[in-house]
Design a protein around this ligand. Structure first.
Ligand code: FMN
Length: 347
């Protein structure tokens, strides 16, 4: 599912002199892929970490570094860009720039531009944990939040400076997800949405099962979209290889029976139920407790019906509750083709 909220949006990305500046390169690429028009303003320190040329090429726009640079068409660029901007992201935001913005200091291109901005602003602080937890930085972030900026909390983990704690710049995918959420109207606020996704597995024995190739992508995208629109989302998911969507309560299950129990326990509280899971209609009548040994002859597998989750929900659906069931999309199975290396690849 492709997000359209960023399509043709004028987004200005401010990049500061932090070790995570390299991640902003990928951020530009992702924003462009979603159709955004991106302009980059770098601080002088940022240019010591990543070359402006990289941002210029990826954003397809000149990069602004110097307030007094008169190389391009815009005479008062910090005002022109601020008036055109529909959203601003500062990533990474250094402790220094956070402090300047909180105090209204305008002594370089980025901080001067920020004073002229009137559109939504998302600030992604990234720094050493002690710098982040310093009362001055916390005070400055609180002040920026009070001024209406969205502050994206940094991740916790091992940092480039080898300390462990808060301060890590979230991955570009998460930043884009939060930006989409920030710019999307919360028209589902107060609604509870229950989504099911992915395949189920029905055990033949401890090492074999019946399943299907559902990737879970559609259900995960629906859960993300509902969360972006302000809903409280629960995602009951079969085994998939997808990262859990942010701010979504994920309930992992394996078999139809587990999915049925997880859904039945939550369905009455839900305002909207979206069933996208590819649920097995049949399961082996007997699930062997030990691995079935190979023999000479054929074996028979007797299958029995599983719980019909959709039918049960349909029967207990209350007035005003919305139930959506999407049939699984057929997947074309293709054998993996062996890749031939060309001789030049070997050298
Ligand atoms: C190797 C190195 C890494 C740095 N990483 C960070 C960082 O991740 N976050 C931060 O707030 N400052 C970091 N700094 C310090 C900033 O670069 C410094 O405070 C600078 O004045 C920030 O300028 P700016 O806010 O104009 O970009 C780092 C400095 C060095 C030398």
């Amino acid at each position: 599912m492709k997000h359209t909220v960023l399509k043709d949006k004028h987004i200005v990305l401010g990049v500061c002199g932090g070790i995570a500046a390299y991640k902003s390169v990928e951020l530009v690429r992702r924003l462009k892929k979603l159709g955004a028009r991106v302009r980059v303003i770098m601080t002088e320190s940022a240019a010591r970490f990543v070359g402006p040329m990289t941002f210029a090429v990826l954003s397809e726009n000149p990069v602004c570094r110097d307030l007094f640079d008169d190389q391009d068409e815009a005479a008062i660029r910090h005002i022109d860009w601020a008036e055109a901007a529909q959203a601003v992201i500062i990533a990474p935001a250094t402790a220094n720039t956070v402090a300047k913005l909180a105090s209204g200091i305008a002594d370089d291109a980025l901080s001067t531009f920020m004073l002229a901005v009137t559109c939504p602003v998302m600030i992604c602080p990234s720094m050493n944990s002690n710098m982040f937890e310093h009362p001055a930085t916390q005070r400055n972030l609180d002040r920026l939040a009070a001024d209406g900026c969205q502050i994206l909390a940094p991740g916790v983990g091992e940092l480039a400076c080898k300390t462990t704690g808060p301060g890590r710049l979230p991955e570009p995918e998460e930043i884009v997800d939060r930006l989409i959420s920030f710019l999307t109207p919360d028209d589902l606020a107060g609604k509870r949405v229950l989504v099911t996704a992915g395949p189920t597995r029905e055990a033949i024995d401890p090492v074999r099962f019946i399943s299907n190739p559902s990737s879970g992508k559609m259900g995960y995208a629906i859960a993300r979209a509902a969360e972006n629109r302000g809903a409280t989302v629960t995602l009951v998911s079969g085994p998939v290889a997808l990262p859990p969507p942010l701010n979504v309560d994920v309930v992992p299950v394996v078999s139809v029976e587990e999915m049925a129990q997880a859904v039945f326990a939550r369905v009455d509280q839900a305002d909207v139920i979206v069933k996208v899971a590819a649920v097995s209609d049949y399961r082996p009548a007997i699930s062997e407790p030990h691995k079935v040994k190979k023999g000479e002859g054929d074996i028979q597998l007797t299958l029995t019906r599983t719980t019909d989750i959709l039918k049960s929900i349909g029967q207990r659906k209350r007035d005003g509750q919305i139930l959506v069931a999407l049939p699984p999309r057929p997947v074309t199975w293709r054998p993996m083709r062996a890749r031939r290396l060309s001789p030049s690849t070997w050298t």
